[in-house]
Design a protein. Structure first.
Length: 120
């Protein structure tokens, strides 16, 4: 796991303040991202189909954890959520400038496609 300055290593002997909880959630997100990186490296480093499948599944569960923690962080810190939204809007604008269109998949999630660039 990442080695950030963390006053909450192991068991926390008291209830955290809201600010401390927000910091702890950020650390949790960093840990999940590190796990994704490591699992993905392991998937890429083996040709064993069973190992690839199992480790990729575990990696993808970590990605879901990031989503859960990000949702919690947005709930706990609405101001930070506004910054996330600003960043997402900036990327959407860049995609539009590159003629890359985001479409909703059948699951309702957005997917980027290269749209009219295919024919060029």
């Amino acid at each position: 796991m990442a080695s950030f300055a963390n006053p909450f290593t192991g068991v926390v002997p008291r209830k955290m303040t809201r600010e401390e909880l927000i910091q702890a959630i950020r650390l949790d997100i960093a840990g999940e991202l590190e796990a994704i990186f490591i699992y993905d490296a392991h998937v890429q480093a083996t040709d064993d189909p069973v190992a690839k499948k199992v480790i990729a599944d575990i990696r993808d569960e970590e990605k879901a954890h990031v989503g859960e923690l990000m949702s919690l962080l947005r709930h706990l810190d609405p101001e930070e959520a506004e910054h996330f939204a600003e960043g997402e809007d900036e990327v959407r604008e860049m995609l539009e400038q590159l003629n890359i269109v985001e479409k909703k998949s059948p699951s309702g999630k957005f997917e980027s496609t290269i749209g009219s660039l295919i024919g060029k």
